[in-house]
Design a protein around this ligand. Sequence first.
Ligand SMILES: NC(=O)c1ccc[n+]([C@@H]2O[C@H](COP(=O)([O-])OP(=O)(O)OC[C@H]3O[C@@H](n4cnc5c(N)ncnc54)[C@H](OP(=O)(O)O)[C@@H]3O)[C@@H](O)[C@H]2O)c1
Length: 256
Amino acid sequence: MTVRRSNIFTEKPLSRPYEVKRGKARERFTCSTIGFVTRPHVLLSVAVSLDGHIDDRGTERFPLSNAEDFDHVDRMRAESDAILAGAETLRRDNARLLVYSDERRAARIADGKPEYPLRITVTRSGDLDPDLRFWHCGGASLVYSRTPETTVGHLTETKTFTEFSEILDDLGARGVRKLMVEGGTSIHTAFLEAGLADEIRVAVAPMLIGQATAPRFVNPAEFPGGPARRFHLEDVTKVGDVAVLRYFPKVTSERA
Ligand SMILES: NC(=O)c1ccc[n+]([C@@H]2O[C@H](COP(=O)([O-])OP(=O)(O)OC[C@H]3O[C@@H](n4cnc5c(N)ncnc54)[C@H](OP(=O)(O)O)[C@@H]3O)[C@@H](O)[C@H]2O)c1
């Protein structure tokens, strides 16, 4: 487990990661303490094709991963306190961000947690369809919006925000210690551009989408450290025909 403290003014890490060995696997878990608020550990999760796309141009979500990897993702969701996806992912995929395994939900309840992690979306316009499945299943939901008026204000809590760091402060104050961010492109870009991601999990599917305008993991942006910055690669796992890569973007590669 890694606990990282951050300087209240610069938000830069003050101390070296603190690591705890768990069995054979070395786990790093980072929370940033900003002032009196502990921000959650932020895990970005994405599935990409070999040519770097996260979806095709069709109207239905394109399944890049395999059943085994979906089960890994379900486990990560169950281990999270909150799961976040952008408003466009809700609209395009009608995503619900649920934990599907009965056993995992039962284990959460046995641990004194809510059955489902808090499900969160982010919107600029506040224009969200009240009929989306997201609002009608799976426990509590929350909207972070640039505008106080949303079309789903009667269905869920809305918090206004300006910077993504404010979302982490607010979630930290709500007791969220682990946040899983499931995309899409602009949300992953925003977290990485602001230097707010602690971990990236990339599932690489052995497929070629081959469409120039299909969405990618991130949009062009000025990422911290610039294009030469190399992230620490923590591990690579074979999950059926999918390669799962885990990076720690706040830790520079020892090969840099
Ligand atoms: N392969 C994977 O692992 C994976 C996972 C998830 C999603 N996806 C794919 O990703 C694609 C969607 O990506 P996307 O980039 O179009 O959409 P997105 O990131 O899911 O959501 C974008 C929306 O989020 C809100 N938003 C973004 N930045 C904001 C900011 N700074 N402040 C306030 N609100 C902000 C805006 O909502 P409003 O428009 O409401 O203002 C914006 O339209 C879909 O094709 C989906 O299937 C793939």
